[in-house]
Design a protein around this ligand. Sequence first.
Ligand code: NAP
Length: 480
Amino acid sequence: MTPRIPPTQLFIDGQWRNASADRRLPVVDPATENMIAEVADASVQDGLDAVAAASRAAPAFAKLPGRERAEMLRRCFELMMRDKEYLAELISYENGKSLADARGEVAYAAEFFRWFSEEAVRLNGQFGTAPGGANRILVQYQPIGVSVLITPWNFPAAMATRKIAPALAAGCTCVLKPASETPLTAFAMAAIMAEAGVPAGVVNIVTTSEPGPVIDAMLADARVRKLSFTGSTPVGRNLLRSAAGQVISCSMELGGNAPFVVFDDADIDAAIEGAMIAKMRNGGEACTAANRFYVQRGVYEAFAAKLAQRMGAIKVGNGLDAATGCGPLITTKAVNKVSDLVDDAVARGARVLAGGKRPEGKGYFYMPTVLADVSRDAKLLGEEIFGPVAPLVVFDTEAEAIEMANNTEYGLVAYVYTKDMAKGLRVSEQIESGMVALNRGLVSDPAAPFGGVKQSGLGREGAHEGILEFSEAKYIATSW
Ligand code: NAP
């Protein structure tokens, strides 16, 4: 049984409508390579129509009391939970991830609506007196304005709610451009938001095969005041350039290259459990995925053997099959990239302890893979693998582990395993990343500030910081 397909038109001003030239864009099931559906393929004009709708809806939405926006977001949470099985199946169908991962994503995605429904009524300003005594300082937070939201395919629901929920909580209207590989989840959520009473024009959804021109036109439009992007660092860099034209505020959640550091004194079984989550959540297609394993010499062989045993036992298959532990990658291009990175590491001397190849047959699959003794110049230590491949490197000293962990232009997340909390905190402070998971395989939590340093991004999503990204501090000086 395959899931019901939601509406496939553009969602603009509360209406479903065809793209202006009636163009369509195919959506492919990565497990079978069959076409699932065709969705509207927006032109530049369609994108600008969505901006116009968001702009028209903005004044009334900004004036709504926080409590009303909060209750709207709360209803979105409840409706997502009502439809959780349907949404999980749809995510699995178009993205390929296992149903277990898809269910986890739906719960995570819905939680952003609940969290920001609570934040919508907590956006308090500040009050103070100027140090010289000349005046009082009043600060209030105002919605930043029409927001363009761009999301990747790896978490089609959660990356959207992580932006939409704080935007609406802050009183902003928006245009969402989901990834072309996974537009169906976004459309299903548009229907949910409409049912929850989100007014027409507040959330608009535009899918397109020409993201460059469509987004550039939006960013050149003076009505747009915010860009919130999640995706790769190269695309993010170009968008920052485009946003400079109108000096648009940018929040960027970009690529990662997470180190996973295991010290000799770690609880090895806990480290293996953590490694399985950090590596295999979404089949390795996560910005937070452990990309490089640095293991201290005393536990290196034991860790490698256990990880290889666990990775080799994962059942690879169609994400919609209940028994599947690892679904397909998103595209054939993604499989080729993973395969090339593994081949490069092996050519430089890596030992294949598990996987190391594609399975036979249809679909964009790659076997869960463990590579030991990876050479420090192997390409996969420097780039996002974005697949089910765990490269292992041995280290001797704490300083060496920190030096290798920081040897990257990325800085999203790092994982550290040790039973010595002082060492764990000391190392965590020295690793250049926005987030550290200390003796854990997962950091993502709507109540925590998610984001990176260096070329992993600008700004934070979730927590209280998330709503501030969509707010402007307005300062009023007064005396009495
Ligand atoms: P991507 O190629 O950068 O695409 C992301 C989004 O940008 C898609 O909607 C894409 O549309 C759009 N896009 C592509 N070219 C564009 C352009 N010239 N102008 C405007 N928009 C454009 O990334 P991806 O392959 O979908 O996602 C994987 C990347 O996302 C990885 O690097 C991963 O680390 C990162 N990521 C980061 C986080 C985080 O929180 N830091 C979370 C998840 C993923 P099309 O689909 O139409 O190309």
